[in-house]
Structure formats: structure tokens, C-alpha cells
Ligand binder design. Structure first.
Ligand SMILES: [Ca+2]
Ligand SMILES: [Ca+2]
Length: 272
């Protein structure tokens, strides 16, 4: 099971998950069609035209939208996903959900005391879902792995201590921080290179998906920028600071939003 909502609600002192709507201060570009080996799924908001052998398919995040049944995810301002913190001790949970990358990586954190691993290395080309019957007809159904959701990991950080997520590329032996101002990582000091983007789940608790690009920062690029290389689900006891939503969604995003709203009633019926 996913962690009990009631077990997390007790520490929620901020009931409003949606902060004030304002202009997006910083939005890292995501390449919607990918550019890897063609087996990658494209990200939300894309029709994946030209996405190699998987053109036209659902994105990883749209799979999770469908799996959770809570409505469309909302892109989080990249100005605020570098540092996270909780209102209670050990108040966050993490679940590693998918990886589409040749490199084997795991996810961890750094709260100022160095890297701490939080996840194992997930299988390549796999997406963990809990409602596999919802994906009948998916053109790559073999990618979808049904899980019991028992693999949540507590984020071992005390209340009020800011931390950053870190991707540990085990194959290549480098680590990338979501906060490039933090010292000791392959992308330290390279603020123009943002390797992690974040989406919020409409929920009664602060609930997010983080998605990584795993290109070696020493090459000073962001690779194919599809941000499919590692995706994890996060539940917190405190929303990201100064959370904002895009004031001017792109036309394709508006179409998706309309489609998503139309499907909310159905999704709610099947949601656990
Ligand atoms: Ca970011
Ligand atoms: Ca990539």
C-alpha cells in the first residue's frame, strides 16, 4: 500500500496545497519527443511525434496520472525544487518508480551531511503501476510492472532541515544534485544545468513526482532533455516553498488539461 494518508495528515499544518497563481519564475525545458534510443516514453504534454519506435505513446508521467487517478499533474516552478523540507521529523516518503536509461542509477538526498542513498537501482525500461488493468492496449505493456506499493522509503531528515535530491549514476561514477549550488557534485556550480524537474499531484497531502536527466554534467550539456532517465514519487509533510503554477499554459497543455478534466470523474471512481 502507499503510505497511509491519515498517517501523514497529522503533521500537515498547511492545508492548502495550491499556492498563489503567479508567473512561472523558472521553467526548465523538457524535450517532449525524447532523443535516446527510441524506447523512451515521452513526458506529459507531448504527443511524442518523432519519438522513435514509441511515437504517439503516453508519457511516463501520464502513465502515473492514469495510475493514481487523481487528475492531471501540475508542473512545479524550477525555482523551488532545489531544496525541500518537512514540518515533522522523517516527514517524507520516497518511491522509485521508473528508469529509462542505459546507466544504472539510484536516488538519494543531501541535507548538508553528504550523500545518502534512498533507493535501489530500478530496472531499465520499466514503469511501476498499481492498476495494471488500466493499461490494457498500451503499445508497450511489457514495460509496466504491477507493484504492491510496499517499497516506500522514509526520507531520514529532521523537521526544518532543507535537503536536495541527488541522482547517483552508479554506472558512470558521478552524482548530480538537484541543487547545483551545493558543493561536491558533478554539476556543482553549473546553475544553468537543471537535471531534475518536478510535478505536483492534486492530492490532500504534498505529493510530487521528480524526473531526472542523467547526462554527465562534465560534458556541460543536458543530453536529450527528455527527463525520463529516473522518475520517483515523493510524499511530503510540507509543500514546496512558494509553489506556483504556470499562468499561461501552452496550447498543447490546455488540450491535455481539458482531456484530463473530462476524465477525472472516471478516474476518481477507480482510484483507491
Ligand atoms: Ca529543477
Ligand atoms: Ca535522457
Amino acid at each position: 500500500m502507499r503510505p497511509s494518508r491519515s498517517s501523514l495528515l497529522f503533521c500537515l499544518a498547511i492545508p492548502a496545497l495550491f499556492g498563489p497563481v503567479s508567473a512561472l519564475a523558472e521553467s526548465t525545458f523538457i524535450n517532449p519527443v525524447g532523443g535516446g534510443n527510441g524506447s523512451e516514453r515521452c513526458l506529459v504534454g507531448s504527443f511524442c511525434a518523432g519519438g522513435g519506435a514509441y511515437g504517439g505513446a503516453m508519457s511516463i508521467l501520464s502513465i502515473f496520472e492514469k495510475d493514481l487517478g487523481k487528475g492531471p499533474f501540475v508542473r512545479v516552478d524550477d525555482a523551488v525544487d532545489k531544496l525541500w523540507q518537512n514540518l515533522s521529523n522523517q516527514g517524507g516518503q520516497l518511491l522509485a518508480l521508473s528508469r529509462y536509461a542505459g546507466d544504472t542509477s539510484r536516488l538519494g538526498i543531501d541535507d548538508g551531511s553528504g550523500f545518502r542513498s534512498l533507493s535501489g537501482a530500478t530496472g531499465n525500461g520499466k514503469v511501476q503501476v498499481t492498476h495494471d488493468a488500466s493499461f490494457f492496449g498500451d503499445t508497450r505493456s511489457s514495460d509496466l510492472v504491477k507493484v504492491s506499493n510496499s517499497a516506500w522509503t522514509t526520507i531520514p531528515v529532521s523537521a526544518g532541515i532543507p535537503f536536495s535530491f541527488v541522482l547517483d549514476d552508479i554506472s558512470m561514477g558521478y552524482r548530480i544534485s538537484a541543487d547545483p549550488t551545493r558543493a561536491g557534485y558533478a554539476n556543482s556550480g553549473k546553475s544553468s544545468l537543471d537535471y531534475m524537474v518536478t510535478f505536483q499531484v492534486p492530492d490532500t497531502v504534498p505529493h510530487y513526482f521528480i524526473a531526472w536527466e542523467d547526462r554527465d554534467p562534465r560534458s556541460a550539456t543536458l543530453g536529450d532533455r527528455d527527463y525520463n532517465d529516473f522518475v520517483a514519487e515523493i510524499i511530503m509533510s510540507q509543500p514546496l516553498a512558494a509553489f506556483t503554477v504556470s499562468a499561461v499554459p501552452e496550447p498543447s497543455a490546455l488540450l491535455l488539461l481539458a482531456a484530463g478534466l473530462g476524465g477525472i470523474a472516471l478516474r476518481r471512481r477507480k482510484a483507491v
